[in-house]
Design a protein around this ligand. Structure first.
Ligand code: GLN
Length: 452
């Protein structure tokens, strides 16, 4: 009902691409009946959840917000979806995103933009703007997102919600349409730190269908969130990820968060990660390279759309060309071209190779930092939500939204964003990011709970 009330229409939030009302109600009714009969169910049984439309679901369409998958129905469920069904959580529907998760504003969806519930003329972040907006506007208490370069955390930051990118491998990627496989991670979106912890416990765990799945991912996440204690912990402020280039109101709320942690008994120290300045550049080579390869499967034969050339012979290359020309949006095409170029013979080492070397340097910066502190902290994004349309013609300034989130993806470590109050200038939510070493997801929940 809430979705029907505020999601549609010209000024609606438009968080959802597909609503799955009846099935969700049936699951909820079944949970009620089972509980009434005395059955012990999971804590989150009956709690509705919205699913980013990059994650495949049986019985509901999956589009990746692309024309190329319009009307496509997956024949199987992603591992995380199987787990959500097993926990008896009703799935409300599929949420909007930037096409194939490429973007920071959800304006690159082929099915129309999503609005930020805090100000309908502003972006809800991206690529997971639909999931964040659904949670922020009380259309759903929980959602799933995917984070390749910040697509859970940046939308969380600009909509005042909590979002977590787990350690790479802690949550199975099986059934998340691949963007950049070495960076992608599915994770929770919620209104509280504890809710995200509970949800990560539902979706996490080893999965033989994902070859990068961890057998020893961190446990005790909900306990850590309930504990919420930083006494005696060392928390590092990343020198390169605040100050210059960050909005004043963001800095103010960030400094207040540091003060809160100090009062709660943490020791705050400054650490330097000198190679972070190159992280954005490396990401925007690695990510398009992997995406250009991952998206090669949309060939007009195997999935979704098939467009025939209007004239000339119907060769497979020409059908593929016509399909991809009609099916992919501009940002997706831009990245495929960039990635194909970076991987091409003669340039491979100069571009992709250098980017991989920077990736190693970023990982080493983190290792050095975590040798000194337990957790790192920064603002999640340099600014609050910007206006719809403001950065659409300027991809580079759009990419800058990701400066603080990308290092965690390059290193495979966990990152959590939580609301840190409203910026003085514009009254919009500011996000605070916490980072921990790989497999130490429990730490970001433990510290996050203190800041809540
Ligand atoms: N803004 C990032 C990008 O456009 C976010 C990607 C993501 O995490 N899916 O690449």
């Amino acid at each position: 009902n809430r979705i029907a009330e505020i999601d549609g229409g010209e000024r609606g939030i438009h968080a959802f691409l597909h609503v799955n009302g009846e099935e969700a109600l049936a699951v909820a009714a079944d949970v009620d009946a089972r509980r009434a009969a005395g059955e012990e169910l999971h804590e989150l049984a009956g709690v509705p959840i919205a699913i980013k439309d990059l994650i495949v679901t049986k019985g509901q369409p999956t589009t990746a917000a692309s024309k190329i998958l319009e009307g496509w129905m997956s024949p199987y469920d992603a591992t995380v979806i199987k787990k959500i069904r097993a926990a008896r959580m009703p799935m409300l529907g599929k949420t909007n995103l930037d096409e194939f998760a490429m973007g920071s504003s959800t304006e690159h969806s082929a099915y129309g933009l999503t609005r930020n519930p805090w100000d309908l003329d502003r972006i809800p972040g991206g690529s997971g703007g639909g999931s964040a907006a659904a949670v922020a506007s009380f259309e759903a208490p929980l959602a799933l997102g995917t984070d390749t370069g910040g697509s859970i955390r940046q939308p969380g930051s600009v909509t005042g919600t909590v979002g977590v990118k787990p350690t790479y491998g802690a949550v199975s990627r099986y059934g998340a349409i691949a963007m950049a496989s070495s960076l992608d991670q599915i994770g929770p979106v919620s209104r509280t730190v504890l809710d995200s912890a509970l949800l990560q416990e539902v979706i996490g765990g080893y999965d033989p269908q994902d070859s990068t799945s961890l057998t020893d991912a961190s446990t005790g996440l909900a306990d850590a969130a309930r504990l919420g204690n930083v006494k005696g912990m060392k928390i590092g402020v990343i020198k390169e990820l605040h100050g210059e280039g960050f909005q004043a109101g963001v800095e103010n709320r960030f400094n207040e968060s540091l003060e809160l942690l100090r009062e709660a008994g943490a020791e705050i120290v400054e650490v330097s990660c000198p190679n972070f300045g190159y992280a954005l550049g490396a990401y925007y080579l690695i990510m398009p390279s992997e995406a250009s390869s991952n998206l090669a499967k949309f060939d007009g034969v195997r999935f979704g759309l098939r467009t025939l050339p209007t004239e000339g012979p119907l060769t497979i290359e020409r059908v593929m060309g016509a399909t991809r020309a009609a099916g992919f949006g501009d940002e997706v095409k831009r990245r495929i071209i960039l990635g194909t170029y970076a991987l091409s013979a003669g340039y491979y080492d100069a571009y992709y190779g250098s980017a991989q070397r920077v990736r190693t340097l970023v990982q080493r910066d983190f290792e050095a930092a975590f040798a000194q502190v337990d957790v790192l902290i920064s603002p999640t994004t340099p600014t609050t939500a910007f206006k719809l349309g403001e950065k659409l013609d300027d991809p580079l300034s759009m990419y800058l939204q990701d400066v603080a989130t990308i290092p965690a993806n390059l290193a495979g470590i966990p990152g959590l964003t939580l609301p840190g109050g409203l910026a003085d200038e514009d009254g919009l939510p500011v996000g605070i990011q916490l980072l921990a070493p790989a497999r130490e997801d429990a730490r970001v929940y433990r510290v996050g709970a203190v800041l809540e």
